[in-house]
Design a protein around this ligand. Structure first.
Ligand code: MTE
Length: 324
């Protein structure tokens, strides 16, 4: 039986409230000085959640020095925009999930490392953080829905986690999974989605210098709505690859099927590399809306990271680079 699932990012562009009008509306409210009041009443915009990190035991680790090798190429997206316009289907299939995501308990939090590794292990996230070299990197972030932002992530190189995990020579892929808890994440009661959210990378991708495990944002611990306490940033790929609130890393020989691929492989393939020349069935990928300005700007191949990643895909065809 074919179930029609209505995702916000499946809406044709004409039906979606454009970021321009969304942000424009916020600016007008701000200038009137009543944005906060109306937001609180409507629950539409929730800047007060932007830095809801006071009880995070890792707060003392931030901020950390920025690695200037990673620059955004355009001004940073304001913090209250990046942390109130989110995709996190566990908490709802719309952008305004920041408040609902506060129900997520991020301590204690353990991550399991298993599959084709020398020794399976379960690590406490704070123990993991204490073993990793944290740095800040400014990355562009491009969603397949054709909006984008520029944000300062804090975290550590994913290749350092791969090293810690010590995969065996048979391992070809790294599979990542998000927590599962229907009681706090009501989206997971929607049985037609293939929970838990799952994503995967080849080991070559996972050990590329750009692949980053994110633990913080804007010099503070990562807000829950952004994927606390641990999420992925692979900025040359569409946002749906950048899995949030990870609890499990599994090394496999078989290529995994990711969450969206399982739902619709023609639209959300494994590679998902940003490519302005390959149109998604429902949206052109040639341009994107910058969440800061609301303006449309040209999309760059690999989101502008060609020098760092093109070698990984020299044997793939154009269409495969995006979807398969
Ligand atoms: N991770 C989980 N677990 N659940 C999700 O729904 N959405 C993805 C990705 N990671 C998602 C997820 C999508 S579609 C995007 S664009 C980014 O998270 C959004 O990240 P942001 O909310 O920090 O902008």
């Amino acid at each position: 039986m074919l179930i029609k699932i209505r995702k916000s990012w499946e809406l044709p562009e004409s039906e979606v409230l454009s970021e321009q009008s969304y942000l424009g509306r916020r600016d007008i409210l701000k200038s009137m000085g009543i944005g906060g009041l109306i937001a609180a009443a409507s629950g539409m915009v929730a800047p007060r959640f932007a830095g809801a990190t006071t009880s995070d035991p890792s707060a003392h680790l931030y901020p950390v020095p920025r690695n200037e090798a990673y620059v955004g190429g355009r001004p940073l997206t304001p913090e209250d925009v990046a942390t109130t316009y989110n995709n996190f289907y566990e908490f709802g299939s719309h952008k305004n999930i920041a408040k609902a995501a506060q129900a997520l308990k991020i301590r204690p939090w353990t991550v399991q490392i298993d599959g084709l590794v020398e020794k399976e292990q379960t690590l406490d996230v704070d123990d993991l953080l204490s073993r990793m070299q944290l740095e800040e990197r400014v990355y562009r972030h491009r969603c397949v829905e054709a909006w984008s932002m520029v944000v300062p992530w804090t975290g550590f190189a994913l290749k350092d986690l791969v090293k810690l995990a010590a995969p065996t020579s048979k391992a070809k892929y790294l599979v990542m999974q998000t927590f599962e808890d229907k009681e706090v994440a009501s989206g997971q009661k929607q049985f037609w989605y293939p929970w838990p959210y799952t994503e995967g990378l080849t080991l070559e991708e996972a050990t590329n210098d750009l692949a980053f495990m994110v633990t913080g944002l804007y010099g503070k611990p990562l807000p829950k709505q952004s994927g606390a306490p641990l999420r992925l940033a692979v900025p040359w790929k569409y946002g749906f690859k950048q899995i949030k609130s990870i609890v499990r890393f599994t090394f496999t020989e078989e290529r995994p099927k990711s969450f969206w691929e399982e739902l619709n492989a023609n639209e959300y393939g494994f590679w998902a590399n940003v490519n302005p020349e390959v149109r998604h069935p429902r949206w052109t990928q040639a341009t994107e809306r910058d969440l800061r300005t609301g303006e449309r700007i040209p999309t760059q191949m690999y989101n502008g990271y060609t020098d760092q990643v093109a070698d990984l895909y020299k044997d793939l065809g154009k269409r495969e680079i995006l979807f398969r």
